[in-house]
Ligand binder design. Sequence first.
Ligand code: FES
Length: 108
Amino acid sequence: MAVEVLATDRDGTAHKLEAERGRPLMEVLREANLGVEGTCGGACACGTCHVYVGAAWAERLLAKSEDEQMMLDAIAELVEVRPASRLSCQIPVSEELSGIEVEIGPVP
Ligand code: FES
């Protein structure tokens, strides 16, 4: 069963997406052509999958790994990283995330 994802692009337009469970959120956003490149293919090494997660959802996600935090710290030199910033390649789509709201973040 697909999981609903509400994604706001960088122009402020909201998109309702259907995501397959178990896939990285980055791939879902990339396929929807919302400006997410995912250049490193999900290896936590490029920062081009940066998103701001909706406040209600941030604490429901798995905690950031050390690698994810290091990449976020690295891109923070160039773009605005907020407490709600995550790398969408590190967010597996799951049933519990149905209805998750994300905003496509700025990328380096
Ligand atoms: S796709 Fe490169 S860090 Fe997420």
